[in-house]
Design a protein around this ligand. Structure first.
Ligand code: NAX
Length: 328
C-alpha cells in the first residue's frame, strides 16, 4: 500500500464532515489500495466533537485508515498534507450582508492558504467546499504564492451530479449513459448547467429532450436552486450528497476522467471562453495524471454566452469585493 497519504479535512465536526470522513476512511477518496492518514481541523469550540468523530472512525476498523489526528491550528493541520478538503466555513446568518460574509470567510481561508503555503506537501491538492466556495478558494490560493495556482479548486461537482440526475430522470436513462454535461461559473444560483454538448448514448441530449422551454425554465433553475429545495424538504442543507460529490471530485482529479467524457470543477481561469483570468470558475474539465485541464474548442451559442457571462460577472464582483476588503 505504500506510505499513507495525508488528508486534512476542515469543518470535521460538521454535517458534511460526518458524511465525508467515513467514506475517506473506507478508501473511496483515492482508491482502496491507498492508506490514508486523516487530519481533522476544527475551531477550538468543536475539537471535542471532532475527537468524538475520531473515536467513531477508530471503531470503523477501516483497513485503509492509518490514523486520525485532531487539530485547532491550521499550521499543524496542513503540515505535510497531500489532500486538503476545506469544508468548514462561516455560514450566512440572518441579516448578514455579502461583505460581512466575505470578510468572515476571509478570516478563515487566508490563514488556511498561508498554512498550506508554509507546510503542505509538494503535491498538495486543495478542494474548497465551504461557501462561497469559488471565492474562498481564490482567497486561499492568493495566500499560497509558492503552490501552483491550479492546485486550488472549488466544488461544483454536486451541481454537476444534480444535473446528471435530473437529465437521467427526464430521459429515463441511467446516469452512466450521459456524457459531457457542464456546470459553468459560480457555485451559486447564477451557475449555468449546460447541456449543449451533452450526449446520451452518443446522441445529443438537447435533441433527445427536444424541449428548450423545459431546459431553460425547469432544468436550469432546478439544478441551480437544488440546495434551497433540499433545505426546504429535509430541514437542513445538503450534507451526504455534498460529501459524495467531494469524494467524486478528488477521485476524478487523482484517477482521471473517462475517455470521451469530462466533469465540472471550479478551477483557476486562464481566460478560456472569455472567463476573466485568475478567478476560480467552473468549467468543463478533464483530468489526467493528477491534473485538471479545461476542455478547449467548444462552440458557445448565444444562450450559453449570456448565462456564462452572468455567472462570471458575479465572480468578478466577488473578487472586487474581497480586494476592497484587503483579503487578497
Ligand atoms: P456545518 O455548520 O454543519 O459544519 C461546519 C463546520 O465547520 C463546523 O463544525 C464549524 O465548527 C467548522 N468550522 C468553522 N470555521 C472553521 C475553521 N476556521 N476551521 C475549521 N473548521 C471550521 O456545515 P456543513 O453543512 O458541514 O457545510 C459546510 C460548508 O459547505 C458550508 O459553507 C456550506 O455552505 C458548504 N456547502 C457547499 C456545497 C458545494 O456544493 N460547494 C454544498 C453543500 C454545502 O452547502
Amino acid at each position: 500500500m505504500g506510505e499513507p497519504i495525508n488528508v486534512t479535512v476542515t469543518g470535521a465536526a460538521g454535517q458534511i464532515g460526518y458524511a465525508l470522513l467515513f467514506r475517506i476512511a473506507s478508501g473511496q477518496l483515492l482508491g482502496a489500495d491507498k492508506k490514508v492518514k486523516l487530519r481533522l481541523l476544527e475551531i477550538p469550540a468543536a475539537t471535542k466533537a471532532a475527537e468524538g468523530v475520531a473515536l467513531e472512525l477508530q471503531d470503523g476498523a477501516f483497513p485503509a485508515l492509518a490514523g486520525v489526528d485532531v487539530f485547532d491550528n491550521p499550521k499543524a493541520a496542513f503540515d505535510g498534507t497531500n489532500v486538503a478538503l476545506l469544508v468548514g466555513a462561516r455560514p450566512r446568518t440572518k441579516g448578514m450582508e455579502r461583505g460581512d460574509l466575505l470578510e468572515a470567510n476571509g478570516g478563515i481561508f487566508k490563514p488556511q492558504g498561508e498554512a498550506i503555503n508554509a507546510g503542505a506537501a509538494a503535491d498538495i491538492k486543495v478542494l474548497v467546499v465551504g461557501n462561497p466556495a469559488n471565492t474562498n478558494a481564490l482567497i486561499a490560493q492568493q495566500h499560497a504564492p509558492d503552490v501552483p495556482a491550479d492546485r486550488f479548486t472549488a466544488m461544483t461537482r454536486l451541481d454537476h451530479n444534480r444535473a446528471l440526475a435530473q437529465l437521467a430522470g427526464k430521459l429515463g436513462v441511467s446516469v452512466e449513459e450521459l456524457k459531457k454535461v457542464t456546470i459553468w461559473g459560480n457555485h451559486s444560483a447564477t451557475q449555468y448547467p449546460d447541456v449543449s454538448h451533452a450526449l446520451v448514448n452518443g446522441k445529443s441530449v438537447a435533441a433527445a429532450i427536444n424541449d428548450q422551454a423545459w431546459l431553460a425554465d425547469e432544468f436550469i433553475p432546478r439544478v441551480a436552486k437544488r440546495g434551497a429545495e433540499i433545505i426546504e424538504v429535509r430541514g437542513a442543507s445538503s450534507a451526504a450528497s455534498a460529501a459524495s460529490a467531494a469524494i467524486d471530485h478528488v477521485y476524478t482529479w487523482v484517477n482521471g476522467t473517462a475517455e470521451g467524457d469530462w466533469t465540472s470543477a471550479g478551477v483557476i481561469s486562464d481566460g478560456s471562453y472569455g472567463v476573466a483570468e485568475g478567478i476560480i470558475s467552473s468549467f468543463p474539465v478533464t483530468a489526467k495524471d493528477g491534473q485538471f485541464s479545461i476542455v478547449q474548442g467548444l462552440e458557445i451559442d448565444d444562450f450559453s454566452r449570456t448565462r456564462i457571462d452572468a455567472s462570471v460577472a458575479e465572480l468578478v464582483e466577488e473578487r472586487e469585493a474581497v480586494r476592497k476588503l484587503g483579503l487578497i
